[in-house]
Design a protein around this ligand. Structure first.
Ligand code: PLP
Length: 370
């Protein structure tokens, strides 16, 4: 038989999203394409993993209690406002599985992280976009969002700072939007996965607001902040009502036992690894911006976030050309073409340690001279 004849109609037209983060397959390449803690994983990560290996002879705690307790203490929210996930990706999928019925409308940023639309499409949502555009410096236009809030709208997605544009939105504006949506019985899905490495992120996170906003769901993960994409550790913080519904449909034993124990220890005992990195990045992004501007890239303003998303117009490359040229110099940057909108003339690259950033700047100089 031909399985495509009986598959759900939503699956027929689906295409897997494209992701970067594959520099490890290329050998001796410096990876500036993914946005991770520049200090790398915790130096003691191997020891932590070894310590917990002995526990693989039993199923993990289905409720990830130790990890959720650590998060509950960290964010000062009740433990029942916290859900654990195998990466935030699992929760990006779970959210529409629980809240979206075929035909429901969702409003998603464009450009934005491709998994939101993918998860919604899978559930048959009708997807509308609001646009982050170059002539508004890629900032969220809240009036555009408000003008698109129809009756059938189920959820608005926001990412702060947004991937790939990296602009940081004000907490006040986000909460105002949450309140508008609450009046319309619509949900706010807020992705803060790229926030913690921004200096002063505790002043920007909306995690402490979930008890007073019944329609909020925030995702985050340890992937970027603790620099270990290879361990799948994510979490969501939301109102009691939202989390209770998500918990009903969560995959059993979704987080491995080793991941749970390591993650709890990271949040509880090693959070200085994140704050130290955010301080380094804050100094380095200013230094890199200066150096890039001096070399002729006036668009390389100091980013709000911990990565650059800059126009290549000054130096006359497309996103693909710049990626190819930098790769010849041993550096991988993110080709932004797949993000659509104006992004084919933009590049995205991360801020790392001083030593690595100097390698980047030398390569950049050679590309301009070649
Ligand atoms: C903005 C954003 N959100 C979520 C994710 C998913 O990451 P993870 O599943 O590792 O938490 C990514 C991954 O690149 C991302 O860029």
């Amino acid at each position: 038989m031909d399985p495509s004849l009986i598959v759900r109609k939503e699956i027929l037209s689906l295409q897997k999203p494209f992701h970067g983060g594959t520099a490890w397959k290329l050998g001796e390449i410096e990876d500036f394409s993914s946005n991770l803690n520049p200090l790398g994983p915790l130096p003691c990560l191997g020891e932590l993993i070894a310590e917990y290996v002995q526990e693989v002879d039993h199923y993990p705690d289905d409720y990830s209690l130790e990890f959720r307790e650590a998060l509950s203490d960290h964010y000062k929210v009740p433990i029942d406002c916290v859900i654990a996930g195998a990466g935030s990706s699992e929760l990006i999928r779970l959210f529409p599985e629980v809240f979206i019925s075929p035909g429901d409308e969702v409003l998603i940023p464009k450009p934005g992280f491709s998994e939101y639309a993918f998860g919604c499409r899978l559930m048959g949502a009708s997807i509308k976009n609001f646009h982050l555009i170059g002539n508004n410096d890629f900032r969220v236009n809240y009036d555009e969002i408000l003008s698109k809030l129809d009756k059938g709208l189920k959820a608005v997605y926001l990412c702060n700072p947004n991937n790939p544009t990296g602009r940081l939105e004000s907490k006040k504006k986000i909460l105002e939007l949450a309140e508008e949506l609450e009046k319309r019985n619509a949900l706010l899905f807020l992705d803060e996965c790229l926030l913690e490495l921004v200096e002063g992120s505790q002043n920007h996170t909306c995690a402490g607001e979930v008890e007073s906003h019944s329609n909020m769901f925030i995702i985050n993960s340890l992937t970027k902040s603790f620099g270990f994409p290879g361990l799948r550790v994510g979490y969501g913080i939301g109102s009691l009502g939202v989390i209770a519904q998500l918990e009903k449909a969560r995959l059993s034993w979704n987080m491995g036992g080793i991941e749970q124990r390591v993650a709890a220890s990271c949040v509880r005992d090693h959070y200085s690894h994140v704050t130290e990195a955010s301080k380094i990045i804050d100094g380095e992004k200013r230094r890199m911006s200066e150096a890039l501007k001096t070399m002729g890239m006036s668009t390389a303003s100091v980013p709000d976030s911990f990565f650059f998303f800059s126009s290549l117009k000054d130096i006359g490359f497309t996103s693909v050309e710049f990626k190819d040229q930098m790769l010849k110099q041993g550096i991988l940057v993110r080709d932004c073409t797949s993000f659509g909108n104006d992004c084919e003339n933009y590049t995205r690259f991360s801020v790392r340690t001083r030593e690595k950033n100097d390698v980047f700047l030398s390569a950049f100089k050679r590309v301009l001279e070649s």
